[in-house]
Design a protein around this ligand. Sequence first.
Ligand code: NCD
Ligand code: ZN
Length: 350
Amino acid sequence: MSQQSITIRRPDDWHLHLRDGAQMQSVVGHTARQFARAIVMPNLKPPVTTTAAALAYRERILAALPESAHFEPLMTLYLTDDTAPDEIRRAKDSGLVHGVKLYPAGATTNSAAGVTDLKRCWRTLETMQAVGMPLEVHGEVTHAAVDIFDREQVFIDEQLIPLRAAFPALRIVFEHITTSQAVQYVRDCSGACNTLAATLTAHHLLFSRNAIFTGGLRPHFYCLPVLKRENHRRALVEAATSGDPRFFLGTDSAPHARSTKEAECCGAGCYTALHALELYAQAFEDAGRLDRLEGFASEFGADFYGLPRNQGSVTLTRSPWTAPASLPFGDEPLVPLLAGQQINWRLGQV
Ligand code: NCD
Ligand code: ZN
């Protein structure tokens, strides 16, 4: 008989978008129910570019949490061409900023203020390396000549390899990887190397790019980096379920109001904070590797970031339920991934 439940150490989400204001208020409880901590992305409007702004954002997140929640937001800064080395030192000294996010300018939602040329950040990256501040990387090039499905692999060759050669001790998280080339690149980093890791989303483990086009155009499957071919999906599942500690959980849950998804020009992002663990459990079960979920979800990320593993546990039960058609999001609806569809696993009490 197939396994009916699984109990794991309380997990963390190492890549999350919470937005701000009433929208954040609507979604933060979902993540707090699923995860003990989350690395909170800084791509607000305006972006979170200073320690002071990150600490103020953190206070707003804490104030928006449901009373019963035990959840710790782990803050990040948004790297720009002008981020000063001193800002990195302030961030490190705060003890509350756990990474600096590289968005190549124009790569994704709210990335216009991102980095136009990494060379402009050299001194800042040097400081990050020196003080031990991780760099979280949206790994896609943006030049129009590069096919959108190839942006990640070109980024490895053009940006990541020279970056790691220049800063071998800089700790880098290659975020939401989507290709077999990215898996291979992370793996090739030699056994003793503990400076490079990658996060994987539930949607990239479960779906190939076919999902975007099944029976018509499906905006709720559109995210960045865009879903890739089935052979890439399989490589991601293999990496996630391999027990290799350099691959760990990061949902990239990215809420967008329904009106901006079901639109002529659809925003990029999938909303998975509602049912993230259930989706990951499905992917691990499909691979016959539920036993490897705990390391991926609850251990390897904390170890990489140098934070203690959580106390306590969560239980997932095989108990099918239907994902809601929509959820509140400020004063608009938000459509979760797999809205209206059956989810096989269920977190918490049945
Ligand atoms: C993210 C968002 O909406 O903020 N969108 C997405 O498709 N993942 C930005 C990002 O992480 O690329
Ligand atoms: Zn993201």
